[in-house]
Design a protein around this ligand. Sequence first.
Ligand code: ADP
Length: 221
Amino acid sequence: GSVASANAVAVIGLGRFGQSLALELMDNGTEVLGIDSREHVVQSLNGKLTHVVAADATDEQVLRQLSIPEFDRVVVAIGNDIQSSILVTSLLLRFSIAHIWAKAVSDPHGLILEQLGVPHVVYPEKDMGRRLAHIVRGSMQDFIEIDTDFAMVKTEVNPHYAGMRLGDSNIRRKHGVTVSAIKHQGGAWQAAAADTVLQAGDIILVTGPTRQAERFSRPSA
Ligand code: ADP
């Protein structure tokens, strides 16, 4: 059956990245149409995605037959075959799909996609490498750069703050960061409030300018 609907997402290219994306979307209850030119890849995903088709996505007729022009959200997860990535993406732009994401495997590839007018070009390997650099440098548990120079960091609370109310900690004034959520040992995540008492071993979610969030997460902070 057709899965083209406002709620469905089409994922074109089911390599490691596309598969992981498609399966995660399914996990969260989104309908997914997957397309890949490799028959065995499509077979292995049969039954795991709402609909999965073996086809060459650079063929405009193929995309029309699969109702791609009616999709609201399409991800081009073809990377290494740059020519295919560009051809598929330009077809999607011609269809005036509202939301297009395209994966780039290199800066020149990304530049071409951006010049074509793709609103969301993603660089998974480059981004993951950068993210890991922050995690390694700041000895933090997780790091997400929300925007240029604004980040969210998951880190263990400095024992210096043990027993202190968040409201009395001066963390925001001294370090320029905000503690947004907290998880006591063995507990669940909860929103941080002024009367939250920090304990040794707590894990906190901190937001703020990247440098400051990173500096704050370091053991000496
Ligand atoms: P990854 O690094 O995520 O594995 P790849 O770029 O290696 O990404 O994989 C892209 C996927 O896209 C592959 O499974 C490949 O078969 C598929 N693909 C490449 N070109 C086309 C195309 N023209 N039509 C459909 N699928 C394609």
